[in-house]
Design a protein around this ligand. Structure first.
Ligand SMILES: NC(=O)c1ccc[n+]([C@@H]2O[C@H](COP(=O)([O-])OP(=O)(O)OC[C@H]3O[C@@H](n4cnc5c(N)ncnc54)[C@H](OP(=O)(O)O)[C@@H]3O)[C@@H](O)[C@H]2O)c1
Length: 247
């Protein structure tokens, strides 16, 4: 494979990761895609056999990093790493299993893959590391406690790695991508202001190409985030966000 533009997308079998991987391939990138559902990875590769390679990978499994390394080897290297895998459900009953599963994917799985990609870029001396976090990480959200907390964790972790890269004087770009609600399999309820997945993926690719540190999608959600941040804690903690959730 051409060694110029090589991107790995983890969580590429559906939704935002899939749409972003497809746009990158259309733009001439060589793309390594990963996720648990092999048939969907095969489909992606069949559509662009010259541009796409794949690896079955579960971010929560002990062999996740080994599988990432195998994918990088298949791709012939890596210039961009995008973490799009994620889990989260509205959890009004605070079911502890949902809380733990969310932490397992969005915190433990996130760290194992982001850490492996960051180390790879440190050894290589350069690279671009990106993750799809969420505007949900802006403040604690009652109906999605572990989801909002793990998204906050991801954003903070990326900020820490950005500082570390600067301290090491390594040209490693970090991009934190924070979409609002996007119409994907992830969204089980009728939330307001849902964005089209291709529209979001185009924003992501533009942000990646411009090497932006933070990308909030889109302008309406930039406004929402500003309002959320301005609200005093006392007011925020009395808000009832369940009224926005319709079955
Ligand atoms: N949709 C939204 O409104 C929204 C808003 C803000 C942020 N986000 C974030 O965007 C990211 C992508 O979500 P989406 O909306 O595109 O949902 P999606 O269509 O459900 O995609 C989720 C992706 O994550 C992968 N994944 C989940 N668990 C995994 C695991 N253990 N190991 C490997 N891959 C795993 C899935 O692949 P397999 O099932 O094949 O493994 C799938 O490719 C998530 O991090 C989500 O939190 C979504």
């Amino acid at each position: 494979m051409d060694t110029k533009k090589r991107a790995v997308v983890v969580g590429a079998t559906s939704g935002i990761g899939k749409a972003t991987a497809q746009i990158l391939a259309e733009k001439g990138w060589n793309v390594g895609v990963a996720g648990r559902r092999k048939a969907l990875l095969e489909e992606l590769q069949a559509a662009s056999p010259d541009r796409i390679v794949y690896q079955v990978l579960d971010v929560t499994a002990p062999d996740a990093e080994e599988n990432l390394n195998q994918l990088i080897a298949k791709l012939g290297g890596m210039d961009l790493f995008l973490f799009s895998a994620g889990y989260g459900l509205t959890n009004l009953s605070l079911d502890v299993q949902i809380e733990k599963d969310t932490v397992q994917t969005n915190a433990v799985g996130f760290v194992s893959l982001i850490h492996a990609a960051f180390q790879f870029f440190c050894t290589q001396g350069h690279g671009h590391l990106a993750a799809i976090t969420s505007i949900a990480g802006t403040r604690g959200i009652g109906p999605a406690a572990s989801y909002s907390a793990t998204k906050r964790f991801q954003t903070t972790y990326l900020a820490a790695l950005s500082q570390m890269a600067h301290n090491k004087k390594l040209p490693i770009t970090i991009t934190d991508i924070q979409p609002g609600f996007v119409k994907t399999d992830f969204i089980l309820h009728k939330y307001p202001m849902q964005l089209d997945v291709t529209y979001v993926a185009k924003h992501i690719v533009r942000g990646l190409e411009k090497k932006r540190r933070k990308v909030i999608i889109d302008w309406r959600y930039r406004f929402v985030v500003c309002i959320w941040l301005l609200l005093p804690r006392k007011w925020w903690e009395r808000l009832n966000l369940t009224s926005f959730i319709k079955k």
